[in-house]
Design a protein around this ligand. Structure first.
Ligand code: ZN
Ligand code: ZN
Length: 345
């Protein structure tokens, strides 16, 4: 079955898919102005004249040119009960849709649920993205850090991704040195790396339209004792998290397995974010590994990160992140850079 057919089989009512990534996932068709109207026996791909020639290459769909104002065009087309992607449609888009004859029903996570379980083609692309990412981290670690600015190292990562065949970066590389490492979502700054800094590097390649995501924390020279202890605690938690991943495990339990090791240490309260997230066409997608994940269970074919961190304000931070494929009896770890604390020059 194609992805579209699997979605059709699962639908209770027609579904309007407006999320750009979801449209692409279902059809391999890329457009910034397109929607799919999916009914049990019929799929219409609605776009404007800039895209209709490309849209006609998509098998199994009828192509409609509904003009540049997509939601106005759709409102004229829809009738009866129709689900729409509540997370994607803006208030303005919704106002246009509901001016028509359709009875709109909010839907959530239908395509995202399919996307969470990767097929073999998707896994091949993600494996390749992870291999490139691992190679890039290895090359960076062989270069001196001291005296370079965070943005210089981030730029170097970008060059390396390009040299090694990535289409691009999954997100702008994070390089957070010294005290900047205490901010989980730090952007690379103009700070110069200094002796004694921990340097958090978070990056991922895109290959074949799929992302990888990996974090390693390096030390420039030798770390202070507290930072070394933080690293060791984070690593133990990370390994425990990886070991807890398998099909059938509750996502929140995997989070808890890693989290309780940090909470039981002198670094209690210093790990504020979720343990991990799904990765695919987007670098953050379903499923998420965190306390709020409810009854979500991991499934074979999910691709997730495990990335605990310890953030010490004014001092520095540690995060260690791997990318994994969930399997029936555990996980295949796709990122294979060393996890012992690596000292850089
Ligand atoms: Zn990351
Ligand atoms: Zn991540």
């Amino acid at each position: 079955m194609t992805r579209l057919e699997r979605l059709q089989a699962a639908l209770e009512r027609p579904l309007l898919v407006t999320n750009e990534v979801n449209v692409r996932y279902l059809t391999d068709f890329r457009s910034s102005n397109a929607a799919l109207l999916i009914e049990s026996q019929r799929v219409r791909l609605c776009t404007d004249s800039r895209y209709t020639a490309a849209a006609r290459q998509v098998p199994g769909v009828e192509v409609l040119d509904i003009g540049r104002d997509l939601f106005a065009g759709l409102s004229a087309l829809l009738k009866g009960e129709v689900g729409f992607e509540a997370e994607d449609v803006t208030v303005a888009g919704f106002e246009k849709l509901r001016s028509g004859r359709a009875s709109l029903v909010p839907a959530s996570g239908l395509v995202e649920g399919l996307r969470a379980v990767k097929d073999s083609d998707e896994l091949a692309a993600i494996r390749r993205a992870a291999e490139v990412t691992t190679e890039v981290f290895g090359r960076l670690a062989s270069e001196p850090f001291r005296g370079r600015r965070e943005i210089d190292l981030a730029w170097r990562m970008r060059e390396l991704f390009h040299e090694l065949g990535a289409e691009g970066e999954a997100f702008p590389t994070t390089v957070a040195s010294g005290p900047n490492g205490a901010f989980p979502h730090a952007e690379a700054s103009e700070r110069f790396v200094q002796l004694g800094d921990l340097v958090v590097v978070d990056a991922g390649a895109v290959v074949g339209g799929y992302c990888a995501d990996c974090t390693r924390t390096f030390v420039c020279g030798e770390p202070a004792d507290e930072l070394r202890r933080a690293y060791e605690v984070c690593l133990v938690a990370q390994r425990a998290g990886v070991a807890a991943v398998r099909a059938g495990a509750l996502a929140r339990e995997v989070d808890a397995t890693a989290r309780k090791l940090i909470e039981a240490s002198e670094f209690a309260g210093r790990f504020g974010h979720g343990l991990g997230h799904g990765v695919g066409i987007e670098v953050h997608e379903a499923p998420s590994l965190r306390v709020e994940a409810g009854e979500t269970r991991l499934e074979a074919g999910n691709v997730v990160t495990v990335e605990p961190g310890i953030y010490l304000e004014g001092l520095g931070g540690v995060r260690i992140e791997d990318l994994l494929v969930v399997t029936d009896d555990g996980a295949e770890v796709l990122t294979s850079s060393p996890k012992q604390l690596v000292s850089v020059g």
